[in-house]
Design a protein around this ligand. Structure first.
Ligand SMILES: *Cc1c(COP(=O)(O)O)cnc(C)c1O
Length: 437
C-alpha cells in the first residue's frame, strides 16, 4: 500500500525523467526534479510538491518566479516586438545600456556589449584583452600575450572562457584551449610577481562563487587596480554571479573599486535578466571601449528587445522595492543563523550569496554536500553544494526573513538525515553529482 502510494506519487516525475534521459545530452547528469511552476521564492514539481528555492536558478531569478511586474513588462514586450537582430536597435536596448553604465558609475565614453550568457560576456572580455595586447605592446615592443586568471576561478564553459577557468576536470578533456592564460594564486604577492609588460589583462571574480563563495584577500581588488595600471594591463572583473544586487550592491567590486578606480571591463549575466537569458560586458572609458570596433565582435541574439526589457524590468523592481538593502538584511539573517547551526563551519555571506562549509561526519562513505542537498530537497528546500564540503545559497532577492528562518529551523534535522545517509553501512552515493554553472 505504502509502496504503491509512493510509486504513484512520484510517477509523473519518474516518467518525465526517463524521457529526459532518452533525449537530453548527459552533460548535466540526471536532474533531481521536474519543475512545472513557481511563484515568488517557491517552485513546484511535476508531482505537486512545493520547495523553497534558495538557489534561484544559480543566482539568476533575482525577483523569484513569475514576479508580476517582470511578467507584465516582458509579456508586453513579447507582444510588441520580439527579436530584431543587431542590424537594428530598440529603445529597451539603449535604455538598459545607459542604466547599467549609470549604476556602475562609469565615466563618459563607457559602453555596453550585450551577449546571451556569462560565458559569452567573458568571451567578449577575452577578445578585448587580446585587442589591448595588440594595441598596447609591452616595453619590448611585442604584443602583450598573457592573460592572468586566478586559481579556482570559474569564467564559463566555451573555449575562451574555459581557458580562463582553472578547474582541471573542466579543461583537460578539451585541450588545446586558447593559449596565453596563466593561473596565479589569489594573493597580492602573486600579482606583484606575475604582472609585467607581457600581461594584457587580469580577470577576477570579486567573490569566487563556483569555488564555494571564496573571498579575495582584503584590499586585493585595490592592489589589482593599482598594479594593472602601473604595468599597462586591463583589469576585468567578472561579476556574472556577484553583480546586479546579489551581494547587496549592484556590483560586488564597488566595495573596493569606485570613482576613478573602476575596472576596465565588467562582465554580467546571471541575475541581469531575472531569468531571461542575457549577458553584458561594460567597457569603462573611451580608450577601452575603442578596442573593439565595428565588425570585430558580434552576436545574433545579444541584447534583443525581450532580453533587454527583462533586464530593465529586473533593475526597476530591484530599485523600486529596495531589494539591495533587503538582500543585505535577509542575507545577514541567513548568515548569522547558519553560524549558529551545529555542524556548519565557516560561513561566507555577501548579501544573498552565501557559502557555508559543512563538517563532514566521521566515517562518511559518500560525498556529504550532495547528501545534504538531497535531504534538504526531501524537506522542501532547494540548495546547492559546490563540493563535498560546501553549501551555496543564492536565493531570490525577494526572499523574506520568515522564509529564511524556515530553512534555518529545518537545517539541523536535514544535516542529521544527510549524516545518517552517508554513514549508514549500505550508503549509496547520491543520485546526482553536484551541479555547477
Ligand atoms: C556562471 C558564471 C559564468 C558562466 O555563465 P554562463 O551563463 O553559465 O555561461 C561565468 N563567470 C562566473 C563568475 C559565473 O558564476
Amino acid at each position: 500500500m505504502t509502496a504503491q502510494h509512493t510509486a504513484s506519487r512520484y510517477s509523473a516525475q519518474t516518467a518525465l525523467l526517463g524521457e529526459y534521459a532518452d533525449s537530453l545530452l548527459g552533460v548535466f547528469g540526471s536532474p533531481s526534479l521536474v519543475l512545472t511552476h513557481g511563484k515568488g521564492a517557491v517552485v513546484t514539481d511535476a508531482d505537486g510538491r512545493d520547495y523553497l528555492d534558495l538557489l534561484a536558478g544559480i543566482a539568476v531569478n533575482a525577483l523569484g518566479h513569475a514576479h508580476p511586474r517582470w511578467v507584465e513588462i516582458v509579456s508586453r514586450q513579447l507582444a510588441t516586438l520580439g527579436h530584431v537582430s543587431n542590424f537594428f536597435t530598440s529603445p529597451q536596448q539603449i535604455a538598459l545600456a545607459g542604466k547599467l553604465l549609470s549604476l556602475a558609475g562609469a565615466p563618459a565614453g563607457s559602453h555596453v556589449f550585450f551577449a546571451n550568457s556569462g560565458t559569452e560576456a567573458n568571451e567578449a572580455a577575452f577578445k578585448l584583452a587580446r585587442r589591448h595586447g595588440h594595441e598596447h605592446p609591452g616595453p619590448d615592443g611585442r604584443p602583450r600575450g598573457t592573460v592572468l586568471a586566478l586559481e579556482s576561478a570559474f569564467h564559463g564553459r566555451t573555449m575562451g572562457a574555459l581557458a580562463l577557468t582553472a578547474k582541471e576536470a573542466y579543461r583537460a578533456p578539451f585541450e588545446p584551449l586558447p593559449g596565453g592564460v596563466r593561473h596565479i594564486p589569489a594573493t597580492v604577492e602573486a600579482l606583484e610577481e606575475h604582472l609585467d609588460g607581457t600581461v594584457a589583462a587580469l580577470i577576477v571574480e570579486p567573490v569566487q562563487g563556483e569555488a564555494g563563495v571564496r573571498e579575495l584577500p582584503e584590499g586585493y581588488l585595490r592592489a589589482a587596480r593599482e598594479l594593472t595600471r602601473r604595468h599597462g594591463a586591463l583589469l576585468v572583473v567578472d561579476e556574472v554571479q556577484t553583480g546586479m544586487g546579489r551581494t547587496g550592491r549592484w556590483f560586488a567590486s564597488s566595495a573596493e573599486l569606485t570613482g576613478d578606480d573602476l575596472p576596465d571591463a565588467i562582465t554580467l549575466a546571471k541575475g541581469l535578466g531575472g531569468g531571461f537569458p542575457i549577458g553584458a560586458m561594460l567597457t569603462v572609458g573611451p580608450e577601452v571601449s575603442a578596442l573593439l570596433g565595428a565588425g570585430q565582435h558580434g552576436t545574433t541574439f545579444g541584447g534583443n528587445p525581450p532580453a533587454t526589457a527583462a533586464g530593465l524590468a529586473t533593475v526597476t523592481v530591484i530599485e523600486e522595492d529596495g531589494l539591495l538593502e533587503h538582500a543585505r538584511t535577509v542575507g545577514a539573517v541567513l548568515g548569522e543563523g547558519l553560524r549558529a547551526v551545529p555542524g556548519i563551519g565557516d560561513v561566507r555571506q555577501h548579501g544573498l550569496l552565501i557559502g557555508a562549509d559543512l563538517e563532514v561526519p566521521e566515517g562518511a562513505t559518500a560525498p556529504f554536500g550532495p547528501a545534504v542537498v538531497e535531504a534538504a530537497r526531501d524537506a522542501g528546500f532547494i540548495v546547492n553544494a559546490t563540493g563535498p564540503g560546501t553549501l551555496r545559497l543564492a536565493p531570490p532577492l525577494i526572499l523574506t526573513s520568515e522564509q529564511a528562518r524556515t530553512f534555518l529551523d529545518a537545517l539541523p534535522e536535514i544535516l542529521r538525515t544527510a549524516a545518517a545517509a552517508v554513514t549508514a553501512p549500505a550508503a549509496t552515493s547520491p543520485d546526482s553529482p553536484p551541479k555547477e554553472a
